[in-house]
Structure formats: structure tokens, C-alpha cells
Design a protein around this ligand. Structure first.
Ligand code: OGA
Ligand code: MN
Length: 267
């Protein structure tokens, strides 16, 4: 197995992997994921059952709707949830409204878009490390509420009552803005689901969250993945923000997603 950094700050490409059932491969992938945040393996060409099996080597596979694997496509014929996937174009963290967010997400490319359709990642560990001391003090002790509604409002700014009612069936979740991690690092609970800062006015709250998102998604904290069919990308969902880059709703782009259960509750 060989490894090569994707950018100076984050990401690693692993090559020379020939046996995904090997425990050592899983251990080394988890270690690489922990320190580099994003892990790429090209040319694996996994099918659904292989993707689920490889995910299961990394932890417990979450099974929304019982299937364990989810189709990411804007085509309603391929995905009945297609309209919600417009939310993936904004920077976000998956699973922010659960007590224990998913540890990692795996995407595999089955069809790629002719134009666009990359996926971008930003490391909030690196973004936090680079924050000036006065900003760290400013953010210290703040709490943030996450909601599905916030992420959908960004896509549908003038929703119908029915849409709002549907969004509000989802739970909201409050957590600290700066997450002190078990391993001593700090990451940030921000992105599209960040609704407001507890006890702060709407406007001030929005400005603070927007400013922190802009800081965290600067080029030097980011990796942009350009997909080829057969690629596997896994990321540390607790510390990376991610977003899809624009692609046409009519494009063939089809990804499959598996999610690995977390073990560290939001603080
Ligand atoms: C997701 C997601 C990004 C992409 O499926 O949760 O954010 O590039 N996908 O499709
Ligand atoms: Mn996502």
C-alpha cells in the first residue's frame, strides 16, 4: 500500500490496495482517515455489495430504510429523495441532527457528469488550528442549533407551508460550535444545517456562522475531487465539511453512498 497527500493540509490517496477484505487494509485506511480527513482509492469499481462489505470493515454501516446503501442522483426516477439532494450543493456535514454523528461517509462514482459534479471537502480541524487567537476566544463557549430546515431553506428560500411542515418533522440538535474532541483536536459544527447560535439575534447569528464558514472553506483548507468512474472516496464526516459542485439535474451522475456509525457524541 502506498500513500500520497492530496493537498498539504488534507486528504490522502491510497494505492496498491489489492485485498479489501484484509483487516490490515481497514486499519490503515482508518488511521489515514483520522489524520488526513479524506481518503481516495481510484479504480476499485465496487458494486453495491462490495461497497457495503468494505464499509463494514471500517465500522457499523448505517442502514437508512434498511438498505445500507443510498443512491445519490438528482433524477427522481433513480432517487425518490432527489429534491432534498439539492442541499448537497451547499457546504455541510451529514447527520448533524443526531446525538452521535456518522463517523465516516463513503461515496463511489458509478456514472460521472460530463461537466462539473466534483465534490469538495474542507477540513474544519485545519481551519480551527489556523484561527487567530481573538476569534478562538470569540467562538469559545457558543452553542449552535442544527436543523434540516436550515439546510433546505438555503435551497428553497420561499417554501410552501407544506414544505416547512415536512422539514419540521425532522429533529433539531444543539451542540457546541467548537467541538473539543476525544483525541485533543478541535473541529467546528458549522455548514448548511447550522440554524442559529443560541441566545444571539438572528442577524448577528447568521453573520457569525457565515463568516466562520467562509474562513473554513478557504482554498488552503480544501480538497476538490474530480471523479472518475470506479473511484472510492471516504471522509471523516465529523471534521470535514463537504459539498457537491454544480452539475445538471439531467446529467447521468450517479454515486452510491454508505455511512459508517460514529462513536463520539456531539459535545
Ligand atoms: C451526500 C453528499 C456530495 C456529492 O451524498 O451526502 O453530500 O458530491 N454528496 O454528491
Ligand atoms: Mn453530504
Amino acid at each position: 500500500m502506498q500513500t500520497a497527500a492530496l493537498t498539504p493540509a488534507l486528504g490522502v490517496e491510497v494505492s496498491g490496495v489489492d485485498d479489501l477484505t484484509d483487516d490490515m487494509v481497514a486499519i490503515r485506511c482508518l488511521e489515514a482517515l483520522k489524520w488526513r480527513g479524506v481518503l481516495l482509492i481510484r479504480g476499485l469499481d465496487l458494486d453495491d455489495s462490495q461497497q457495503i462489505a468494505f464499509s463494514a470493515k471500517l465500522g457499523d454501516v448505517l442502514a437508512p430504510g434498511g438498505k445500507g446503501i443510498f443512491t445519490v442522483s438528482l433524477d427522481p426516477a433513480k432517487n425518490s429523495m432527489a429534491e432534498y439532494l439539492r442541499g448537497t450543493f451547499n457546504w455541510h456535514i451529514d447527520d448533524t441532527t443526531n446525538d452521535v454523528p456518522a463517523k465516516a461517509t463513503m461515496l463511489t462514482a458509478r456514472h460521472v457528469a460530463m461537466v462539473g459534479g466534483g465534490t469538495e471537502f474542507a477540513s474544519t480541524y485545519v481551519a480551527y488550528e489556523n484561527l487567530p487567537e481573538r476569534d478562538r476566544e470569540r467562538y469559545d463557549g457558543l452553542r449552535v442549533v442544527h436543523s434540516f430546515e436550515a439546510s433546505q431553506r438555503a435551497v428553497y428560500p420561499e417554501p410552501s407551508e407544506k414544505q416547512v411542515a415536512a422539514w419540521r418533522t425532522q429533529p433539531t440538535h444543539e451542540t457546541s460550535l467548537v467541538w473539543n474532541r476525544i483525541d485533543g483536536r478541535r473541529s467546528l459544527a458549522i455548514g448548511a444545517t447550522a440554524d442559529h447560535i443560541v441566545g444571539m439575534g438572528t442577524q448577528e447569528s447568521r453573520e457569525l456562522l457565515d463568516e466562520l464558514l467562509v474562513w473554513s472553506t478557504q482554498e488552503q483548507f480544501c480538497y476538490t475531487h474530480d471523479w472518475k468512474v470506479g473511484d472510492v472516496v471516504i471522509w471523516d464526516n465529523t471534521g470535514m465539511l463537504h459539498r457537491a459542485l454544480p452539475y445538471a439535474p439531467t446529467s447521468e451522475r450517479t454515486m452510491k453512498r454508505t455511512t459508517i456509525a460514529g462513536n463520539e457524541p456531539w459535545a
